[in-house]
Ligand binder design. Structure first.
Ligand code: HEC
Length: 103
């Protein structure tokens, strides 16, 4: 009986921890406002100077944004815009762009 209660507690903890970490598409849409000027409101860039990020793989977006942030991928401007963002912000933005259609 005690084991069952313990297992239930562990399972509940695991579920709530997972929910806290899940990326939020709607939050990502709002957090991407400062990116829209270059990458387009939905991640489809209007300028040949800036890459489109709509419909890109979520994990790729997370990885490449973290790489800019920590300087592994070098681009002064992208590092500057990503520096104030947390990893959770980056995950939300990646989920938003990944959910958009590339045009
Ligand atoms: C002033 C224009 C500008 C702004 C603002 C900007 N970006 Fe970028 N972004 C670029 C350019 C230019 C590149 C290509 C850089 C390179 O050569 O690595 C890029 C690259 C990227 C990439 C990599 C794309 C790929 O296919 O590898 C991602 C992801 C990205 N930006 C996300 C964002 C996010 C999220 C924001 C807002 C927090 C943002 N950008 C704000 C211009 C901008």
């Amino acid at each position: 009986m005690r084991t069952a209660a313990l297992l239930a507690t562990i399972a509940l903890t695991a579920v709530s921890a997972g929910a806290a970490q899940a990326a939020d598409v709607e939050a990502g849409r709002q957090k991407s406002a400062s990116c829209a000027g270059c990458h387009g409101a939905d991640g489809n860039s209007m300028s040949p100077m800036n890459p489109s990020v709509a419909g890109q793989k979520e994990q790729y977006l997370v990885t490449t944004m973290l790489d800019y942030k920590n300087g592994k991928r070098q681009h002064t401007l992208m590092q500057a815009v990503l520096t104030p963002l947390s990893e959770a912000d980056i995950r939300d933005i990646a989920a938003f762009y990944a959910s958009q259609k590339c045009q």
